[in-house]
Design a binder for this molecule. Structure first.
Ligand SMILES: NC(=O)c1ccc[n+]([C@@H]2O[C@H](COP(=O)([O-])OP(=O)(O)OC[C@H]3O[C@@H](n4cnc5c(N)ncnc54)[C@H](OP(=O)(O)O)[C@@H]3O)[C@@H](O)[C@H]2O)c1
Length: 317
């Protein structure tokens, strides 16, 4: 089968295409998915997981068709069902003709969108939902600030915070994206290129930061005394993974803060898919590359200011 590989090490990786990989076989309760399209999160190239896998196949976001079912699977999916999945970090390997999923990773694909559009959604959708709901405890009377609001996670977070949780949404993004962010539900928009943006807002109940670094540092200046900061920006802050306290927390003792890695959750992904089919959340714009141009696709996925998610097509030859 065809598969993308990340070769080399994390300091000088190369994206390769391999046409002679072995097709995996589903064991126990696993499912084998014929992948039609796979989404790219450009920063995966700096995540440790693909380098620790013998196959070196990256990829967690897929959309395709159930091809084979393991002997112990007793869930609702059948061979031939159209599905999408967030394959969890420890096994990944989604950027291939066939990929293995566990039962908790895969669910029916939204009917109203293509495989390419569906493949762009699992990580961004589940990250936005987990950040706002599980970690942020979002409520309708909250003022929510979303950084990187024009990115894949940010766009979905703006829509979910506004249309699902009815919060007041403030979005941070470059000015050319402000009109579309307002259209998607942002009540206020700020431009990160304008020096001192952090002095334009105050009393934020929930910050969802998807950028990290200096932007995350400035979020401490806008959060309310008893607010919460949730971040997923890469690279992760020094205090993430239980490595210590954020230095800023000394001056903001009432602020709760959290970094997390998104979890697979088939039931929740299915519910998010229904939000797409009902029209309450719009899918991301995508640009699709053929498999043979996977290296170009990865290079594009790592560029800033794209405005769309990059997807690799595995359905055509
Ligand atoms: N921990 C987890 O489980 C998890 C899950 C999903 C994603 N992530 C991480 O979260 C981040 C966002 O993911 P994504 O898929 O939404 O990425 P994306 O589509 O590439 O979007 C990135 C966004 O961040 C903005 N941005 C980048 N650098 C910036 C800076 N220095 N100042 C201000 N804004 C900046 C970009 O704005 P411009 O377009 O204007 O440059 C863009 O809106 C990535 O680092 C990703 O690896 C982590």
């Amino acid at each position: 089968m065809k598969a993308v590989q990340i070769l080399g090490d994390v300091s000088s990786p190369t994206i390769a295409t391999n046409y002679e990989m072995n097709r995996p076989t589903p064991k126990n309760a696993e499912l084998l998915i014929r992948v039609h399209a796979a989404g790219i999160t450009g920063d995966e190239i700096i995540w440790p997981e693909p380098y620790s896998r013998a196959t070196r196949i990256p990829g967690h976001d897929i959309s395709g068709v159930v091809s084979e079912i393991g002997p112990d699977y007793n869930g609702p999916l059948e061979v031939g069902h159209e599905v999408f999945a967030l394959i969890s970090p420890d096994h990944g390997e989604g950027q291939a003709d066939y990929a293995i999923c566990s039962a908790n990773e895969v669910t029916k694909k939204p009917k109203s969108i293509s495989h390419q559009e569906a493949a762009a959604l699992p990580i961004p959708l589940l990250t936005a939902w987990e950040a706002l709901s599980d970690h942020g405890k979002i409520k309708s009377d909250m003022k929510v600030f979303i950084t990187g609001a024009s990115g894949a996670v940010g766009i979905l977070a703006v829509q979910i915070a506004k249309h699902w949780f009815h919060a007041h949404v403030v979005a941070l993004a470059s000015s050319q994206t402000h009109e579309s962010l307002r259209h998607m539900g942002a009540d206020e928009v700020l431009d990160y290129k304008v020096a001192g943006w952090e002095s334009q807002i105050q009393g934020i109940d929930l910050v969802f930061d998807t950028v990290g670094g200096e932007v995350l540092e400035k979020c401490w200046e806008v959060v309310a005394d008893t607010g919460v900061i949730v971040t997923v920006g890469d690279p992760a802050p020094e205090w993430a993974f239980g490595r210590g306290e954020a230095v800023e927390s000394a001056g903001h003792p009432g602020v709760r803060y959290k970094h997390f890695i998104v979890s697979s959750n088939a039931e929740r992904l299915g519910e998010c898919g229904e939000m797409i089919d009902s029209g309450s959340v719009k899918p991301l714009m995508v640009k699709t590359y053929p498999f043979a141009e996977s290296a170009k696709a990865w290079a594009a996925a790592r560029q800033r200011g794209r405005g769309h998610k990059i997807v690799i097509d595995f359905a055509s030859a």
